[in-house]
Design a protein around this ligand. Structure first.
Ligand SMILES: [Zn+2]
Length: 266
């Protein structure tokens, strides 16, 4: 029997979607995943008995038993990201510039914060647009690179939860492809809310499990890669989570691909 409840809507009834083992057998990214599985073993995350469940009410999908903070931090300590940080940096800079410009038309912004800024490309784009610009990132190696590459921006190796305790507020907060990795969505979104200045806005992206173009069979979707991704939101579950924490207006950007792009106003 499951004793937990959905972290978004507190529903206790879950629908079984599939098992981790079946995902591992059928996933197209399983080859890439071999090393991740080794890392999970090293970090002591038992994945083989885990199950993909969906909340019967808000349709949030998650891997269960829930992965803990402790497990995840061990996982990322053992995990050496092979991501080419500066791959397509010009393209990323252009995209970030376009996005930030669009958001600056919505509100009056003086400063910018990116949560999970990686090597700082979007933070630099915001600075070039005239904003006082900062980024936080838990991967300290990425922060070292960011500081060296973009010395005019501020970078700190910390979590949103920690950083929000200092009381700093930002007009524009950027959080792209992060929340699907976060084990405590309630604490995380509360921190985001506290980091947004009154009258400011949060821009967020994450894979969209409710999108018409998502693979029909969930475990065949290339966004299913536990324990990196652990929650798969749809527009409604994410909206509910944001509203629970105080954001009043939520706007979506059209996306033809299975991804949510939203603006949350404070
Ligand atoms: Zn729910």
């Amino acid at each position: 029997m499951i004793k937990d409840h959905c972290p978004v809507c507190f529903e206790k009834e879950f629908i079984l979607i599939d098992t981790f083992l079946k995902w591992e057998k059928e996933s197209e990214i399983r080859n890439k995943y071999v090393t991740l599985r080794d890392v999970s073993k090293k970090a002591n995350i038992e994945l083989t008995s885990k199950i993909f469940y969906q909340c019967s009410n808000c349709k949030l999908i998650f891997i269960y038993p829930f992965i803990t903070d402790q497990e995840l931090s061990e996982f990322y300590t053992s995990y050496i990201g092979n991501e080419a940080y500066f791959k397509k940096v010009d393209k990323k800079l252009k995209r970030a510039t376009r996005r930030i410009k669009g958001l600056m038309n919505k509100i009056k912004a003086n400063n910018f914060l990116e949560i999970g800024c990686n090597v700082g490309t979007a933070v630099e784009a915001a600075r070039r647009l005239g904003l006082n610009s900062a980024g936080i990132e838990i991967d300290s190696e990425a922060v070292t690179i960011a500081k060296k590459e973009y010395p005019k921006c501020k970078f700190i190796s910390t979590s949103a939860e920690e950083y929000s305790k200092h009381g700093e507020k930002y007009d524009l907060v950027f959080c792209t492809e992060v929340i699907e990795h976060v084990p405590n969505p309630n604490e995380f979104v509360e921190a985001l809310y506290n980091l947004v200045a009154p009258g400011g806005l949060l821009f967020m992206t994450t894979p969209d499990a409710g999108h018409l173009r998502r693979t029909k069979i969930f475990i065949h979707w290339n966004e299913v890669k536990p324990p990196e991704h652990i929650f798969w939101y749809n527009k409604n579950s994410l909206k509910q989570l944001l509203q629970n924490k105080g954001f009043n207006r939520i706007d979506y950007r059209l996306n033809l691909k299975p991804g949510i792009k939203l603006l949350a106003f404070k």
